[in-house]
Design a protein around this ligand. Structure first.
Ligand code: SF4
Length: 329
């Protein structure tokens, strides 16, 4: 086996980023970082039916819908970029783990696309075991593009600040929405429904749009569980469980706890078959009292018709509940 050259990505000019999975959490950071390194970023198109079908064809049946969709996005970029950025993100520290799919993603992509011309740029983020925080992983990766350490650290600062600004803006806009709803009194106030889902479901227009759009058409204001201050949601989640290993699930649970008194109901959405959610959804349904919860699972075959009927019934229940209905804290 040859020794890996220090600057083995120096010739990569166009970096392909699949618009799926953790792109919906770190997309601003990733795009800014590569642009700061002087690279062109090529994003895959928004999810559509064809990408879902391609991803399904490339996947084994056991994969969750979200990772199938990721493979569809990755395949769509082949030929449009010099290399794909596929990080392996294991954890950001103790009790801040990510689903095993994110750890295995580079292997998953290389196996699924083994018969096509593919080059993968990756880095390992594992603070708990390898003492490799995201910043250091990115600075080391920049070295493989031939960028010096000082320049790489500057690119990281610019990119991480851009991501923080974007997260703060989203959380601020949502807080203003909630506050504006609270100033409307009586029967005029629209229902406030918390959409509790991983960001790649909630903010993917094809996957999550099939949930949020009908709710809005039914007159509800949709509040996103992942657009609440993450430090606060993570902290709050420890009142729910000391041992839960997955950071994003923690944040979703923390958001439910923090917003509980400000919302009328919760739509809990998972991709089929999601390991972490199968455990946490069950815990949420058992332990979160006093608010109606609609639990939806979406898979590659789901049409929206069945979901729309369930959401119509759910909003009817919430309106009844607002008039003093039957779910009591
Ligand atoms: S958390 Fe669930 S939906 Fe997300 S990648 Fe893992 S198994 Fe798939």
């Amino acid at each position: 086996m040859g020794i890996l050259k220090q600057s083995d990505f120096a010739d990569v000019q166009r970096v392909g980023i699949p618009r799926a999975l953790l792109y919906h959490r770190y997309g601003t950071l990733w795009e800014t970082f590569f642009r700061e390194l002087g690279r062109e970023v090529v994003l895959s198109r928004e999810t559509d039916r064809a990408l879902v079908v391609d991803g399904e064809t490339l996947s084994v049946d056991e994969c969750c819908l979200a990772s199938k969709v990721y493979l569809g996005h990755a395949a769509s970029l082949l030929g449009a970029c010099d290399a794909l950025f596929v990080p392996s993100i294991e954890n950001l520290g103790h009790r801040k783990g990510f689903c095993t799919k994110f750890q295995a993603l580079p292997d998953l992509v290389e196996n699924a696309l083994h018969d096509r011309p593919l080059r993968v740029i990756s880095c390992l983020v594992d603070e708990a075991h390898e003492h490799m925080p995201m910043k250091e992983a990115f600075v080391a990766m920049a070295g493989r593009f031939g960028t010096g350490t000082r320049e790489a650290k500057r690119a990281w600062r610019t990119a991480s600040h851009a991501q923080e600004r974007s997260d703060r803006a989203a959380a601020g806009a949502q807080e203003r929405l909630l506050t504006s709803l609270e100033t409307v009194h009586g029967g005029e106030r629209p229902l406030a429904i918390l959409l509790a889902a991983h960001p790649y479901l909630a903010h993917d227009a094809y996957l999550g749009g099939s949930i949020a759009d009908p709710l809005r058409r039914l007159g509800a204001a949709v509040v996103y569980a992942d657009q609440v201050d993450r430090e606060r949601t993570l902290k709050a989640s420890f009142e729910f469980s000391e041992t839960l290993p997955w950071m994003v699930n923690r944040e979703l649970i923390g958001a439910i706890m923090l917003l509980h008194e400000r919302i009328d109901g919760i739509v809990l959405v998972s991709a089929f078959p999601c390991g972490p959610d199968s455990m946490t959804d069950d815990a949420i349904l058992r332990c979160i009292q006093g608010k109606p919860i609609l639990n939806l699972t979406i898979d590659a075959q789901s049409g929206t018709a069945g979901l729309e009927t369930r959401m119509e019934s759910f909003t009817d229940i919430l309106r009844y509940q607002k008039k003093g209905g039957y779910v009591h804290a």
